[in-house]
Design a protein around this ligand. Structure first.
Ligand code: PLP
Length: 270
């Protein structure tokens, strides 16, 4: 009998403390029943206490890692995290043009919560000009949205990314309405608002990485984008709650992705 699985790929940075970047993505894909593959853009020196340094890989090592994977186990969805510099961004764009992936989500990581830069200053324009148009969804927080567009109003900034830079859909993370956390999905068709309860925990390292990876996993599993975002937010909330009382490291600990892990989802091939 032939079976098919649900393959998800992450192209992102490596956090040796296991909380953010590729580690968060692999845990998320796996907990949601998808098969995880991953390619590293940069290694970092960090712990739960903060990021100390980052070292991007030579750009040719992006295609050396990704091409054999996309040719052998083509992903149903791709999550792109930390892209670091222009050379790596161009290398990812070139791969995507040659090997289109059905769903690509870009988390435009720029700076760690502890304040360490994770992207070179001059890479911002390259990201919007060359990578954004190849992605189906971009998930900036308010700071990243402002840096990408120079526009103060988040919805206007998201619309600018769509009109001027060819983004397809923008999920604005972390807007607030009367104290209720609100994410807004902006597309040419309008806006959809996602509200959720505020979860206060020190163990929030890798929350953004987990959200974009979970969206990729749910889309790969067959959900339409708005439903995938809703379910991904629920997964992040549950993983934050499940990790809130666990003491891992002495700073901002990770989420607990494995509060209710699925086995690898297998679909019988027709
Ligand atoms: N390290 C890597 C590899 C990341 O991708 C990220 C964020 O995406 C971070 C660190 C920062 O994570 P946080 O802002 O949760 O500290």
């Amino acid at each position: 009998m032939h079976y098919s699985y649900i393959p998800c790929l992450s192209i992102a940075g490596f956090d040796p403390s296991g909380g953010a970047g590729i580690a968060a993505d692999i845990k998320t894909f796996s907990a949601l029943g998808c098969y995880a593959s991953a390619a590293i853009t940069a290694i970092t020196s960090q712990s739960t206490r903060g990021v100390y340094a980052m070292q991007p890989l030579p750009a040719e090592w992006i295609s050396r890692q990704v091409l054999p994977v996309v040719e052998d186990l083509p992903p149903a969805a791709l999550k792109i995290g930390m892209t670091c510099n222009r050379e790596i961004i161009r290398s990812i764009a070139e791969i995507l043009r040659a090997h289109p992936v059905p769903f690509v989500v870009l988390d435009p990581v720029m700076i760690s919560s502890s304040g360490h830069p994770l992207m070179e200053e001059d890479a911002m324009k390259c990201l919007t000009d060359e990578l954004l148009p190849l992605c189906h969804l971009v998930t900036p927080n308010l700071h990243e949205l402002h840096r990408l567009t120079g526009q103060a109003d988040p919805v206007a900034a998201a619309q600018l990314l769509i009109r001027r830079h060819g983004a397809r859909q923008v999920l604005i993370k972390g807007g607030h309405r009367e104290g209720i956390p609100e994410d807004i999905l902006v597309s040419e068709d309008g806006e959809i608002s996602f509200t959720g309860e505020r979860i206060t925990t020190r163990n929030d390292h890798g929350t953004g990485c987990t959200l974009s990876a979970a969206i990729a996993a749910y889309v790969a599993r067959g959900e339409a984008l708005p439903a995938a975002i809703g379910q991904a937010k629920k997964f992040v909330g549950q993983a934050l709650k499940a990790g809130a009382t666990i003491h891992i490291g002495n700073g901002h600990g990770p989420l607990n992705h494995f509060f209710d892990p699925l086995p690898l989802l297998i679909k019988e091939k027709l």
